[in-house]
Design a binder for this molecule. Structure first.
Ligand SMILES: C[S@@+](CC[C@H](N)C(=O)[O-])C[C@H]1O[C@@H](n2cnc3c(N)ncnc32)[C@H](O)[C@@H]1O
Length: 254
């Protein structure tokens, strides 16, 4: 197999095509209302794993001030490019920062903190989750809400074996080219609650030139409540199903 890079790495195609792929599934945007309900209109929100800004910008357009933090420069570059395309009053409500959600020190608190679209599942469910919940609690005002969208362990465990030769997506791209995705490898380790997948992106342009990027996408899943409790966060309500593969867990800082 060709060299495999981490998902969202610089020069990879998962970052380059993130916005296109998320726009193909209209159910993805259902999470905007959930995060908008976490705090009063105009409140200060912190997004952990903001990526290219799908939610950061949507929430800023609704009047929230949003600080978006992400570890991947390739994703933040997309968000920064987007800043130049939006209304100045919306742009003024957005702060983008390079940072690690397991080791963040912004020196201030927010009305709500959210970690969307399975982002926490990208870090190992042990000390890194303890640090992530401690980071969250540290940046949350007393009484504020924290939300984590996490995949379901059952759904991860039940994924079928892959056929690496069949494209799981074959899509025309806005520039007149074509994007194909193949799942080249998938391994689920039940004792670790860990799913590894190697996704190969093949992007072919109008002239027939093809770029290939094989990227490793890892998810870890366990129950978040004990990690939240250790950080002083208590469950605020039952988890709300979101998408086919997960739920949003909402906690309150005591
Ligand atoms: C599925 S994307 C979500 C992007 C955006 N929030 C959305 O919902 O469309 C996951 C993002 O989490 C980021 N990420 C992964 N691990 C991280 C970490 N330890 N600290 C900060 N960001 C992280 C990735 O770089 C990626 O941009």
């Amino acid at each position: 197999m060709a060299h495999t890079r981490p998902y969202y790495a610089q020069g990879g195609l998962s970052a380059a095509y993130y916005d296109l792929l998320t726009s193909l599934d209209p159910t993805v945007a259902a999470d905007i209302d959930v995060y908008a309900d976490l705090a009063a209109p105009g409140a200060d929100l912190l997004e952990l794993g903001a990526g290219s800004g799908r939610l950061t910008f949507a929430l800023a357009e609704r009047g929230f001030s949003v600080t978006g933090v992400d570890i991947a420069p390739a994703m933040l570059d997309l968000a920064r490019a987007r800043l130049a395309t939006v209304d100045a009053t919306v742009a003024a409500r957005i702060t983008l920062k390079l940072g690690d959600l397991t080791a963040l020190h912004l020196g201030r608190t927010f009305d709500a903190v959210f970690c969307p679209f399975h982002t926490l599942a990208h870090v190992p469910a042990g000390q890194a989750w303890r640090n992530a919940f401690a980071t969250t609690a540290k940046h949350l005002r007393p009484g504020g809400l924290a939300a984590f969208h996490l995949p379901s362990l059952d759904v991860m465990a039940a994924l079928p074996p892959v056929n690496p030769t069949i494209a799981v997506l074959d899509q025309a791209t806005p520039d007149g080219g074509r994007l194909q995705l193949f799942v080249r490898d998938r391994t689920f380790r039940p004792t670790q609650g860990r799913l590894d997948q190697v996704i190969e992106y093949r992007a072919t342009d109008l002239r027939g030139a093809t770029r290939i990027s094989a990227e490793r996408l890892v998810f870890y899943m366990t129950q978040p409540d004990p990690f939240a409790a250790a950080a002083g966060l208590v469950a605020d309500r039952p988890p709300a199903p979101m998408g086919e593969a997960g739920a949003i867990h909402i906690f309150r800082k005591t």
